[in-house]
Design a protein around this ligand. Structure first.
Ligand SMILES: *[C@@H]1O[C@H](CO)[C@@H](O)[C@H](O)[C@H]1NC(C)=O
Ligand SMILES: *[C@@H]1O[C@H](CO)[C@@H](O)[C@H](O)[C@H]1NC(C)=O
Ligand SMILES: *[C@@H]1O[C@H](CO)[C@@H](O)[C@H](O)[C@H]1NC(C)=O
Ligand SMILES: *[C@@H]1O[C@H](CO)[C@@H](O)[C@H](O)[C@H]1NC(C)=O
Ligand SMILES: *[C@@H]1O[C@H](CO)[C@@H](O)[C@H](O)[C@H]1NC(C)=O
Ligand SMILES: *[C@@H]1O[C@H](CO)[C@@H](O)[C@H](O)[C@H]1NC(C)=O
Ligand SMILES: *[C@@H]1O[C@H](CO)[C@@H](O)[C@H](O)[C@H]1NC(C)=O
Ligand SMILES: *[C@@H]1O[C@H](CO)[C@@H](O)[C@H](O)[C@H]1NC(C)=O
Ligand SMILES: *[C@@H]1O[C@H](CO)[C@@H](O)[C@H](O)[C@H]1NC(C)=O
Ligand SMILES: *[C@@H]1O[C@H](CO)[C@@H](O)[C@H](O)[C@H]1NC(C)=O
Ligand SMILES: *[C@@H]1O[C@H](CO)[C@@H](O)[C@H](O)[C@H]1NC(C)=O
Ligand SMILES: *[C@@H]1O[C@H](CO)[C@@H](O)[C@H](O)[C@H]1NC(C)=O
Length: 343
């Protein structure tokens, strides 16, 4: 550093130390007997030691003698902190040391002065709040479901943490590999398709409405449908969900691959009717919910029936796989004569 700068540097240091001196004897901007270091709210990483130094103002020894600091003590919430956790540093300062602090939502620490001279037992020197938590923890129960192919809902339990932790969720589309396999690999159509896929793949579909549901344990939800922005991309067979979690200690992400079509829960069939066609058979008819008409893998049906009065047991009636008819019919045969059946 060149010598022309030196006067400037000296002035800077002088200004800094005079500010520090003026602030030295205040606690949360109040004039008290002293202050603590660190001041204010302390957010501690679980496993780290807690140290709080409590200092009386420098002039206190004039009034209280060389042993002024022996009159200092700490309270945690409303309990006296045991002597083992306290160390007297010098005539004006003591230090609290907790090697392994438990996880806490909010502990209040008060440094107090036992003002024997004025026969007042407690005089506040300063206070701190202490929160002890962990970096964002992995979510263990992330799941998503498409309800009737109309929307997409993801749910998870945020791991308990006393440190505020924020979440972002988004999904990206995995490319539609199927149309670009084999001989058509380099066709113009295929290249265009790939370009399109790359474009939408790069663009994460953020959660439009992250919701926090209080409860025990609390849950978080996110919801997309075709009127949200961004939209539920119904046609795509595979997504990657990316959950980003961060707090004062760290940021992490988890990626959850999602097999879309395997996680579509159809609504109940609509307008189910049953007409007896003979004493032993019934013709069933119903409608497939309209949103499922465009569901690429198709819809399968398993027909179960139960006799209303006798055995209350589901009987297997039949299986229809991958029907294209929007209004299927199915004839249940070989039923018991004169029985009542519920639909
Ligand atoms: C707290 O005190 C202990 C022992 O005196 C020391 O090893 C540790 O580094 C201190 N921690 C902090 C965060 O100052
Ligand atoms: C110490 O000085 C401050 C002003 O800097 C004053 O408010 C306080 O009363 C003094 N304390 C004692 C014990 O003299
Ligand atoms: C301070 O405490 C020490 C030890 O407890 C004692 O020997 C000393 O006399 C005390 N000093 C004053 C000024 O009270
Ligand atoms: C006492 O210790 C504290 C903390 O280490 C320090 O800030 C202060 O200047 C010391 N006071 C005296 C009188 O030594
Ligand atoms: C305050 O000092 C008095 C007299 O020495 C003592 O009886 C009392 O226990 C002290 N209180 C605390 C909280 O240390
Ligand atoms: C944590 O979040 C709650 C609710 O959003 C808020 O009231 C509180 O001030 C936050 N705490 C911290 C330390 O940011
Ligand atoms: C979280 O999402 C919001 C908007 O959805 C964005 O502005 C912010 O940068 C995201 N934060 C992280 C850490 O990804
Ligand atoms: C999407 O969800 C919103 C909120 O629940 C709802 O108001 C809207 O009607 C839904 N859109 C469609 C097309 O179902
Ligand atoms: C923060 O996250 C990074 C990457 O996930 C990891 O390497 C690091 O150890 C984490 N730090 C803490 C304090 O957990
Ligand atoms: C959290 O999940 C990621 C992958 O999603 C994994 O790499 C990491 O090891 C997990 N962390 C812990 C603490 O289990
Ligand atoms: C069953 O009977 C009702 C009323 O008679 C009729 O509207 C309906 O089309 C019939 N359903 C079938 C599958 O025949
Ligand atoms: C169902 O039929 C559609 C065409 O109608 C076909 O693309 C699909 O692969 C079939 N799914 C199964 C599981 O057979």
């Amino acid at each position: 550093m060149g010598s022309p700068h030196q006067p400037c540097l000296l002035i800077f240091i002088a200004v800094l130390s005079s500010i520090a001196g003026a602030e030295c004897c205040t606690c949360a901007k109040m004039k008290t007997l002293g202050y603590t270091v660190p001041s204010g709210d302390i957010t501690l990483l679980y496993g780290d030691a807690l140290n709080i130094t409590c200092n009386l103002c420098d002039n206190s020894t004039l009034a209280y003698g060389e042993n002024a600091s022996a009159l200092l003590y700490f309270e945690r919430n409303n309990d006296l902190v045991p002597k083992e956790e306290i160390e007297i540093i010098n005539s004006t300062s003591i230090r609290l040391h907790v090697q392994r602090h438990p996880m806490v939502k909010k502990d209040m620490y008060y440094c107090l002065f036992n003002d024997t001279r004025n026969r007042k037992e407690e005089k506040l020197v300063c206070m701190n709040t202490v929160i002890v938590g962990v970096p964002p923890q992995n979510v263990t129960d992330f799941s998503c479901i498409s309800r009737n192919y109309e929307d997409l809902v993801c749910t998870w339990t945020p791991p308990e943490n006393y440190v505020n932790t924020s979440y972002n969720l988004s999904y990206t589309l995995k490319g539609r590999a199927g149309s670009c396999l084999g001989n058509s690999k380099n066709s113009k159509k295929c290249i265009n398709e790939k370009r399109k896929v790359r474009k939408i793949t790069l663009n994460p579909h953020r959660c439009p409405n992250l919701e926090y549901e209080k409860g025990d344990p609390p849950k978080m939800h996110c919801f997309w449908n075709i009127s949200t922005n961004p939209q539920y991309r119904q046609a795509h067979p595979a997504f990657d969900f990316t959950l980003t979690m961060w707090n004062v200690f760290n940021m992490t992400t988890q990626v959850f691959p999602f097999d879309h079509f395997k996680n579509v829960r159809p609504n109940a069939p609509e307008k189910l009717t049953a007409n007896a066609t003979s004493p032993h058979s019934i013709l069933l008819s119903w409608k497939i919910p309209s949103s499922l008409n465009i569901f690429p893998p198709g819809v399968h049906h398993r027909i179960l029936y139960q006799c209303q009065h006798y055995e209350k047991k589901w009987q297997f009636g039949g299986l229809i796989t991958n029907i294209s008819n929007k209004s299927p019919v199915y004839e249940l045969k070989n039923l018991k004569k004169f029985s009542m059946y519920r639909t």
